[in-house]
Design a protein around this ligand. Structure first.
Ligand code: ZN
Length: 244
């Protein structure tokens, strides 16, 4: 079998579909910063408002609005202004036709060549990466990429009522995958990633100063090492799936 094709050098549009505000920032904000710096237009689609998250005594009913604002601020740190929220309940996502339709709608609106989402497969090395919502969003997004978004007869109301034409996504990048095969060196943009992460104040209030740099920086150094990057580099890694 020939080796799989490499991901495209440059894409016009990318769409990141993640379960919670902050997911994109932990795993992928460095890669997003590199994409936007190279001229790719990046859109975020966040499925829940993260209303089951947080560690302080913020009144729970304030959490959705706070977390949306934090995600919007984090996005701005890495060059993203188009942030869409689907408003599903945090911690209770199930694989459903409604979720597939709602993600398909955004794919048809944005028409991305590249979609970045979480792995539907459990990452056994780090159980926290495989929150059930993450796996559900990954599986739902892959089902929306193939076949729903590209099939004009799937969810026909998207075309009939909203005029959204079918769209074929070329490649899907999965984060926290046990099959990661594509490292992205984010060392040169890492300050922007750290700034994005620190926008999620409700999620970090229980951590000491320097935690983001030490803990998240430590993961990224390990990832760089695992892929044989030079000493001192930091990387994010993805399983790239070709979906044409
Ligand atoms: Zn999450």
């Amino acid at each position: 079998m020939p080796p799989p094709p490499k991901p495209a050098e440059h894409v016009e549009r990318a769409l990141c579909v993640l379960a919670h505000p902050d997911d994109v920032d932990f795993g992928s904000a460095g890669t997003v910063a590199r994409m936007t710096a190279a001229g790719t237009e990046v859109t975020y689609c966040i499925v829940t408002d993260g209303d089951a998250g947080g560690f302080d005594d913020t009144p729970r009913e304030q959490m959705p609005a706070l977390r949306r604002a934090e995600q919007q601020a984090a996005a701005a740190e890495v060059g993203v202004t188009d942030v869409r929220f689907l408003g599903y309940p945090d911690g209770r996502l199930e694989l459903s036709l409604d979720l597939r339709r709602d993600i398909s709608r955004v794919i048809r609106q944005v028409r991305p060549q590249r979609v970045l989402t979480s792995s539907p497969e459990r990452f056994w090395d780090r159980i926290g990466a495989s929150h059930p919502d993450h796996m559900t969003v990954g599986e739902s997004t892959l089902r929306a990429v193939y076949p729903d978004a590209r099939n004009a007869f799937a969810f026909p109301e998207l075309l009939e009522d909203e005029g959204l034409e079918a769209w074929t996504v070329s490649e899907v990048w999965l984060t926290a995958s046990p099959r990661a095969d594509h490292p992205v060196d984010v060392t040169d943009v890492v300050d922007r990633k750290f700034a994005a992460l620190k926008s999620h104040a409700t999620q970090l209030s229980h951590q000491r100063d320097g935690w983001v740099e030490d803990f998240v920086g430590g993961w990224m150094r390990q990832t760089a090492q695992r892929f044989g990057l030079p000493e001192g580099r930091m990387a994010e890694a993805f399983h790239v799936v070709h979906t044409v």
